[in-house]
Design a protein around this ligand. Structure first.
Ligand code: FES
Length: 109
């Protein structure tokens, strides 16, 4: 496990990007529970921490694909015309195990 930040660095209902052992990680705080997924959108590489977090759903700021941050699952792909223009759709995010101990959040990368 690699230490990423303090619990207070990612308040409830927010997400933040970190680089952990050369991996781009998005850490989200959903109702006090922490989840980590890749910070890079599988569609065309959009940086997901600059998107929005609504409950447990991350929305990519680039073409709007949506993911469940608690599982990494793709819940809404890009629109059909975007798929045509960009040569394909998106897929699930890689997720990482998270542990919280003594106010510190760690991720297994
Ligand atoms: S880069 Fe994220 S939806 Fe296209």
């Amino acid at each position: 496990m690699e230490k990423v930040c303090n619990v207070s660095d990612v308040p409830m209902g927010t997400m933040k990007g970190f680089t952990v052992k050369q991996a781009y990680i998005l850490l989200a705080n959903v109702d006090g529970n922490f989840y980590a997924v890749t910070a890079v959108c599988p569609h065309m590489g959009g940086y997901l921490p600059i998107g929005t977090l609504d409950g447990k759903i991350i929305k990519c700021a680039v073409h709007g694909s949506q993911y469940d941050v608690t599982t990494g699952k793709l819940v809404k792909d890009v629109p059909a015309f975007t798929r045509l223009l960009t040569g394909g759709g998106s897929h699930d995010l890689k997720s990482y195990p998270v542990s919280v101990e003594d106010g510190t959040v760690s991720v297994e990368v």
